[in-house]
Design a protein around this ligand. Structure first.
Ligand code: F6R
Length: 242
């Protein structure tokens, strides 16, 4: 089932996303969260921090598994996704740091790190809610469009378009890593519920293609059409063709 929620302002967009995550934690304090980085969830995380500070939500018993991480950046690099999560969310809430998981992009052997992350996810059991942003090429996590997609966590070569989109966070494009470690499409689709969020005019066409177009590995997010519980939160601009 696909439930599309169109929001009218940045504030409503963030509140809606955070509200879905907060209600899950209120009904299931031990929830396993699948989390994303990028610009889309930043305001959602800010709202969650607010809800935590006012005592409406606690992450004390929750655990989290992030979608992806760049390969080759030290953990404390300003653009590593571990650092992003610590700074944008984890350091401001009561989640136990040992319960937060981000794939290890700094590992000497990334292929092994992907296998280790797969094992970790298997041991964790089913993710209750997987938060996703959407790439301009239809990627989710770093599952880039391809003839074939990979189910479990794996190493992926980033498309130039993805590197360019993310270059805004780095001093220059040359410093954007060329590879990443990502949960696979299989790992994502195993979540009980998926929360896909997109905002801005630049996501309007790709989100319509993903949700209403053919199901194809050339638009990895279109695979979400096969999932039984997807909530989509968009702003007016991204939801234009929905
Ligand atoms: C981030 C991730 C990516 C982003 C996507 C959209 O962990 O997995 O798929 O969600 O690239 O990025 P933003 O939100 O910056 O537009």
């Amino acid at each position: 089932m696909l439930n599309i929620i169109k929001t009218n302002s940045e504030q409503q967009f963030n509140e809606t996303g955070a509200g879905i995550i907060a209600s899950l934690l209120q009904s299931n304090p031990r929830a396993i969260l699948g989390l994303a980085t990028g610009s889309t969830p930043v305001g959602v995380y800010e709202k969650l921090i607010e809800l935590y500070k006012e005592g409406s939500v606690s992450f004390k018993q929750a655990s989290s598994y992030n979608l992806d991480e760049y390969i080759g950046l030290p953990v404390d690099h300003p653009e590593s996704y571990r650092r992003f999560m610590d700074e944008k969310l984890f350091n401001h809430i009561d989640i136990l740091s040992e319960n937060t998981h981000v794939p290890s992009g700094a590992a000497a052997n990334p292929e092994q790190a992907a296998k280790d992350y797969a094992n970790l996810l298997d041991e964790a059991g089913q993710i209750d809610l997987q938060l996703l942003g959407l790439g301009h090429n239809g990627h989710i996590g770093f599952n880039e469009p391809a003839e074939e997609l990979t189910g479990p966590p794996h190493v992926v070569k980033l498309e130039e378009r993805t590197r360019l989109a993310n270059a805004r966070f780095f001093p220059s494009i040359d410093e954007v890593p060329t590879h990443a470690l990502t949960m696979g499409i299989g790992s994502i689709l195993q979540a009980k519920q998926i929360l896909l969020m997109a905002k801005g005019e630049d996501k309007a066409k790709v989100i319509a293609k993903a949700l209403k177009g053919p199901i194809t590995t050339k638009c990895p997010a279109s695979l979400l059409q096969t999932h039984s519980n997807v909530v989509v939160v968009v702003d007016q601009a991204a939801g234009r063709y929905l």
